[in-house]
Write a protein that binds this ligand. Structure first.
Ligand SMILES: [Cu+2]
Length: 176
């Protein structure tokens, strides 16, 4: 319902932030006007905070997802800080196959994206397998750079050593 066409230079972050704030203020008003439901409380709550973001998941340590292909299972063991905050975060992930076997020596990528703004993060997360516990298929990704408030979709993709590939998306709303 809202089509935004904006050309955003990452270097122009102040202007970007101003654009986003206008969008954030407008979105909930339109949403509530259309639905006429579920928008009780004071209108002053509608500041673009995460309280009205229905696409986000509630963070908890151990949040687990089956990949889109049904081939691998992705568990977010931990985020530091947790829940994820604006700025740099460190994710610890565990990857298993559908039979529950930990996937060691997989190639993992962690890629944040803001769907409402059409951009990712300029900083690439480095991913490395934890040496201990050995063979547990646990990986650390850092920094998971979520540099703006709003909804982030964080895609974790994995190519297991056996050649199986899969991915899952964790969606978190980041408070300003
Ligand atoms: Cu953004």
């Amino acid at each position: 319902m809202i089509t935004k066409t904006e050309t955003v230079s990452r270097r122009d972050s102040a202007s970007h932030a101003a654009t986003i704030r206008r969008g954030a203020a407008l979105g909930p008003l339109l949403f509530c006007g259309l639905l006429s439901l579920g928008c009780g409380g004071t209108p002053h709550d509608h500041g673009g905070s995460c309280a009205q973001e229905t696409r986000a998941e509630v963070y908890m340590a151990g949040l687990e997802k089956t990949g889109k292909q049904g081939a691998l299972v992705f568990r977010l063991l931990d985020s530091q800080p947790g829940p994820p905050q604006k700025g740099d975060n460190t994710f610890t992930l565990a990857i298993k196959n559908s039979a529950g076997v930990p996937q060691s020596a997989a190639t993992i990528a962690v890629t944040p994206f803001m769907p409402d703004h059409g951009h990712g993060s300029p900083i690439k997360a480095e991913v490395s397998e934890l040496a201990s516990p050995a063979g547990s298929g646990q990986y650390r990704a850092s920094p998971v750079n979520l540099f703006m408030p709003g909804l982030w979709q964080i895609t974790v993709s994995a190519q297991a050593s056996g050649g199986v590939s899969d991915s899952a998306v964790f969606a978190f709303c980041i408070e300003g």
